[in-house]
Structures are given as structure tokens and as C-alpha cells.
Design a protein around this ligand. Structure first.
Ligand code: OXD
Ligand code: MN
Length: 540
């Protein structure tokens, strides 16, 4: 039903390569342990051999993989999620440069379940699970864990980011890539419909989960979506919350762990139609409405072809990708993070991404409202030491002559009664418009210790009226909250030990200095200078 992070390993010669952010097993131990489980496990079954491409066919950035599997679900899903078959064999030609993926359901026993990655030899061995995130090896395993390691070695970036094109009424389109931890509305943002008052805009989906990005000859960063389909969460998906997703999943779609209706249809909690009188629940048991069980598992999924999405970008298969104007990082924060702010420069933006955090929701087991740090939303997916990963980000800043501007967003700020201050969904386009305005130099901003905030009136509110004072509340930077936040960030970064780049530590100190200066300025003009607190890095 879900990814099993505790059974997911990075397997390398040396433990240091994997870093404190990954479970580690030595290459030889992993092959020995898993080899014994794999031995004979497909006897009497059909083995499928799936050659596939991650990335558009004929793109210089695409890479080929093979997956051997004994799961028909995996084989068919790979045909949806990747460009598979002949096209991949043609692309590979005589080359031996491909990622070797081995998967078996074996006996589906959690005691004998392992998802092992061998970045040093471009191989993935996954056994004992049939869940997409563990078993569709092109996605998280290849495109992110192996991909991030390749990017580190080869000078490009594999990120857990959606990619959208925002077309203005003038016809001009800007591309934005965004990283969000799970349960932050990434798929909805990737398929956003403009709100009332912004009908002249159009949002195009390039990708909903993963971006592979290279520095182009023009000095900008260009992104391709390595996938060809969507592996999305079903419950809560409806014509009200995400009409484009609903239209995408009407046909050629594989559903897992949903309710089966008597006419062999599917149903789930949160869809626009009432439940059937009876059905078979996600565990295969008879189900009736109100019997106290969920019909669909909260993480039930659809696998659907991207080209069925009504908002699919005309550029989504462009072999060169699309040029990225802005990165956005976003988490679920009831307090602390304003609706949107811009980083002061690339390095500060890397810090903003590295300190990304989100509060846990009822959708996952465990305590609700606990802040979890998830740098660049990559904590479960970075295939090597995350300190080195931060270093790679800082390094990329020097290699991109015209880098994307970096922003942080928070759709989830609440008032004192715990009610969301921002309507979210289509209205998030108002924030994207401000972000694009910043990239174009047309939207106004004001300085704050944490970065640049929208100047009053600079967010387009045509067609949306908020209660008086709400926008101020959404954009508030509370010094006490932020002092605590910076402390919590420091405790998190300490875990990376001496692998943490100096650039990250410097950014944290500079942020602290700017906050202290602001606090002192609250004491009256000149107080900061008298207290000897230096100004933060220059605002350019
Ligand atoms: C996913 C995930 O399935 O991030 O995309 O877990
Ligand atoms: Mn994801």
C-alpha cells in the first residue's frame, strides 16, 4: 500500500557514500541477502522483460532502463509510466549503458522485502513488494535515487519537482518547477485551473512529480519530465478538487486498492458520486456504506497516461525540455512561513530549499502537526549523502549563468481558530503570477529578514475578496517564531556533520543576523548599529 522507507537501502562500497539520510548495506551483503530471496522466486510464473526510456524519446537527456519482473501489474504500469518497448531498444542501440532493474513479488513477505539501489553500478533490486513506489523501478528508484547520484557525478539535477507552464493573456509562457513534500497538493498544482477573475491565464502540465534538469547553451536551466504517466493518489480526487485529473483517469487507467463496485467500476472516498449500495473494499472484503471501513485505502493509486491530461503542455515531450524561470519550495505550515517569499539569491534559495519542512497530517500514521524537515522534498529520494547533495546545489549555482529565481510558498497558513487563511487550489495562480512578475522585474517586493515579500497590492486579487487584514496575516514574519525556526533548522543541519557545506552554515548565520537586526531595529532607529549587528547580505 505504500513505500517502505525502512526497507529501502542505498548499497555502495563505503557507508559514507550513502550518508546519514539513507539506510545503507554494502554492495556484497545486499547481493548475497537479496540473491538468496531471488533464487528461484519466479519459478512457475511469467517473467516480463520491460525495456524503457526515462525522458522523451530521442532527447539527449533521456536514459534507458530494463526491468525484469514477475508482476503483470508492474509490467502494464511501466507501459503507462514510461516509454517502453521497441522505442527503448532503438534508443539504446548497441550501447550497454542502461540501468539494470530486477523486481519480484516473491512471497510479498515484509520480512523478506528489500528495495536496494546500487548507484555505483546503475542497478536496482527490489523484492517482496508490489506497491508502485517500490516496484515501478523507473520512478523513485531510477529517476530520483539513481538519477540524483548520476546528476551529482555528471553535473545535472534530478529533482522531486513538478513542472508547469504558466501562460499569460499575452501568450507568453513561463515555466516553474516546484518541490513539495507529500500531502501538499502537488498534483493539484500541476493541473491547476485558473480562478474566477484570471480566465485569461492557462496552466500547462509538463510533469507532476519529477524533473531532470541540465544547463542549456543559452545559460538557462532546462527541464524534462522523465515520466510518461501519473501515479497519483485517488482518495479526494474529484471534479471539484481536480477536474483535469478526473478527465485523465476515465480510461486506460490502472487502479489499485480502491473499492470495486458491483458493475466492475471503481469508487473512492471524496469522489463526486455517492457510494454504491455494496462493493468489494480495497482488502477484497464485502463492503457497505457506513460499515466503519474505508472502501479505498487512503493511499490507493491510479496509473494513467500523461497524454490524456487535458492540460498537458504542448512542450511536454520536447527533447530539449522547457526553460525554468523559477523554483518554488513549499510545505504545510500553520504558522511561521508566509504565503510566498523570494530568496535573496541562489545560495540563499538553496538554504530555503534545504530547510524545507512540512507538518504531518492525519493522512499519515503518527502525531498530527509535527514539523518534519524534508530538504527539497528529497529526503526519501536522495541516492547519496545529503550534505554532498547540498554542495551539488551550491555548485550548480555557479554553473548556471541565468539560474531560476527561488521562492518559498505556503498555502496552509491558519488563523487563531485553525482555519486556512488562503483559499488555495486555483487561487494559487495569483501567487505564481507574482513569482513570474518577480522574474520579469514587473512585480514589486519589500525586504524582510527572511527574503523578499510581495509589496502591498502586488498580488493580483481580481475576483477574490479576503477579509480585511488577512493578506497582512498571510505575509507576516513573526520574529519570535522565526528565531525558533532557525534554531530548529540548526539542529536538523547538525545531523549532517562535517559533510554539511560551509555555504549552508553561512546562510543560516546570515539569516540569524538579519533577524537579530530586525529585532534590534524594533527598539528604535540606530539600535542595531549601536548593538554592533551587521546588516545581512546585500539585497539584489
Ligand atoms: C509519490 C511520492 O508517490 O512522492 O510520488 O511518494
Ligand atoms: Mn512524489
Amino acid at each position: 500500500m505504500a513505500r517502505t522507507e525502512e526497507l529501502t537501502f542505498i548499497c555502495t562500497e563505503r557507508r559514507e557514500t550513502a550518508g546519514p539520510n539513507n539506510n545503507w548495506m554494502s554492495t556484497s551483503e545486499a547481493k548475497d541477502r537479496l540473491g538468496r530471496i531471488f533464487d528461484g522466486c519466479m519459478r512457475g510464473r511469467t517473467m516480463y522483460v520491460v525495456p524503457y526510456i526515462m525522458g522523451p524519446a530521442a532527447s539527449p537527456f533521456s536514459k534507458v532502463g530494463f526491468e525484469l519482473t514477475d508482476s503483470i501489474y508492474v509490467a502494464l504500469s511501466m507501459l503507462i509510466m514510461t516509454r517502453a518497448g521497441d522505442v527503448a531498444l532503438k534508443q539504446l542501440g548497441e550501447s550497454a549503458d542502461f540501468v539494470k532493474g530486477l523486481h519480484s513479488k516473491a512471497d510479498l513477505n515484509p520480512e523478506r522485502r528489500f528495495i536496494c539501489h546500487f548507484p555505483e553500478e546503475m542497478a536496482i533490486w527490489s523484492v517482496g513488494s508490489g506497491y508502485g513506489g517500490n516496484a515501478l523501478l523507473g520512478k523513485k528508484c531510477f529517476a530520483l535515487r539513481i538519477g540524483s547520484y548520476m546528476g551529482f557525478k555528471e553535473g545535472w539535477m534530478a529533482e522531486h519537482m513538478l513542472i508547469v507552464g504558466v501562460q499569460a493573456p499575452s501568450g507568453e509562457t513561463h515555466y516553474i518547477a516546484g518541490a513539495f513534500p507529500s500531502a501538499c497538493g502537488k498534483t493539484n498544482l500541476a493541473m491547476l485551473n485558473p480562478p474566477a477573475g484570471m480566465e485569461g491565464y492557462k496552466v500547462w502540465t509538463v510533469g507532476d512529480d519529477i524533473a531532470w534538469m541540465h544547463v542549456g547553451e543559452d545559460g538557462r536551466l532546462w527541464a524534462v519530465n522523465p515520466e510518461a504517466g501519473y501515479f497519483g493518489v485517488v482518495p479526494g480526487t474529484s471534479f471539484k478538487t481536480n477536474p483535469n485529473a478526473m478527465r485523465t483517469i476515465q480510461s486506460n487507467t490502472i487502479y489499485t486498492n480502491v473499492l470495486e463496485t458491483p458493475d466492475k467500476g471503481v469508487w473512492w472516498e471524496g469522489v463526486d458520486v455517492p457510494p454504491p449500495d455494496q462493493g468489494i473494499d480495497w482488502q477484497g472484503r464485502p463492503w457497505t456504506p457506513g460499515n466503519g471501513e474505508k472502501g479505498a485505502h487512503p493511499n490507493s493509486r491510479f496509473t494513467a497516461p500523461a497524454n490524456q491530461n487535458p492540460s498537458i503542455s504542448p512542450e511536454w515531450e520536447n527533447p530539449q525540455g522547457v526553460p525554468i524561470s523559477a523554483f518554488i519550495f513549499g510545505g504545510r505550515r500553520a504558522k511561521v512561513a508566509p504565503l510566498v517569499y523570494q530568496s535573496l539569491d541562489w545560495n540563499h534559495g538553496v538554504y530555503v530549499g534545504a530547510s524545507l519542512a512540512s507538518e504531518t497530517t492525519a493522512a499519515a500514521v503518527g502525531q498530527v502537526g509535527v514539523v518534519r524537515r524534508d530538504p527539497m522534498a528529497m529526503l526519501p529520494f536522495c541516492g547519496y549523502d545529503m550534505g554532498n547533495y547540498f554542495g551539488h546545489w551550491l555548485e550548480m549555482g555557479k554553473r548556471i549563468p541565468h539560474p531560476p529565481k527561488i521562492f518559498n510558498v505556503n498555502w496552509f497558513r491558519t488563523d487563531e481558530n485553525g482555519k486556512f487563511l488562503w483559499p488555495g487550489f486555483g487561487h494559487n495562480l495569483r501567487v505564481l503570477k507574482w513569482i513570474i512578475g518577480r522574474c520579469d522585474g514587473t512585480a514589486a517586493a519589500v525586504e524582510s529578514p527572511i527574503g523578499l515579500l510581495p509589496a502591498e497590492g502586488s498580488i493580483d486579487m481580481t475576483g477574490l475578496e479576503l477579509k480585511k487584514g488577512t493578506m497582512q496575516e498571510l505575509l507576516k514574519v513573526d520574529p519570535a517564531d522565526w528565531k525558533q525556526e532557525v534554531e530548529s533548522q540548526g539542529a536538523f543541519f547538525a545531523k549532517f556533520g562535517d559533510r554539511l557545506p560551509a555555504g549552508i552554515t553561512e546562510q543560516r548565520k546570515a539569516l540569524l543576523r538579519r533577524l537579530e537586526r530586525q529585532a534590534a531595529e524594533g527598539l528604535g532607529p540606530g539600535a542595531a548599529d549601536r548593538a554592533g549587528i551587521a546588516a545581512g547580505s546585500s539585497l539584489t
